[in-house]
Design a protein around this ligand. Sequence first.
Ligand SMILES: CC(C)(COP(=O)(O)OP(=O)(O)OC[C@H]1O[C@@H](n2cnc3c(N)ncnc32)[C@H](O)[C@@H]1OP(=O)(O)O)[C@@H](O)C(=O)NCCC(=O)NCCS
Length: 163
Amino acid sequence: MIKIHLRKIKPSDKNYFAKWWRDKGLLKLTSGILKMISDQEVNKYFQAILNNKNDYNFMVIADKEVIGHISLVKKQNDWHETQIVIGEKKYWSKGLGSRAIKILIGRAKKNGISKIYLEVRPTNFRAIKVYERCGFQKVKIIKYSKNKYLSETLRMELKFQFH
Ligand SMILES: CC(C)(COP(=O)(O)OP(=O)(O)OC[C@H]1O[C@@H](n2cnc3c(N)ncnc32)[C@H](O)[C@@H]1OP(=O)(O)O)[C@@H](O)C(=O)NCCC(=O)NCCS
């Protein structure tokens, strides 16, 4: 069985993002913006992730290979937002995304985080299935009528109680 773990993001991970942020198959499932971004933009966005000390940013490692990125970003009222991308497509639908999210949830709990949400394209059925399996519940459709690339998302939430 493939071993999955999360490790903190580091500067040399930039190349993975440069590849994933230009992958149209991935972009269609996420932002929907298919315009190729420049090296300068990659640098800027990656540095912003790397330098951000408030959020959690982990690379998803399968055995020894980097296959994706998962984040947990602090929001208002004790909420955190999570996002996951398994960038290496050959690793899709092998249970690895579900396992990575469960590891992240475990770490969040240890850090006293009790409310996590995410937004997903309502047509991204694979992702929705994974999130439900990890305990997230469908809450509502959010309309972004001004965003021609992503006009609506499904908000899903996970809340847990500490005993
Ligand atoms: C979404 C993502 C994180 C899921 O991780 P994963 O490792 O591929 O998913 P898992 O293998 O853990 O589970 C996928 C489940 O969805 C099912 N599935 C696959 N395609 C599906 C589809 N089109 N419709 C419904 N279910 C589907 C699989 O059968 C599997 O369920 P099963 O284990 O009961 O058979 C990963 O595929 C990914 O990063 N995709 C690209 C980017 C993306 O969509 N990110 C999420 C943005 S919100």
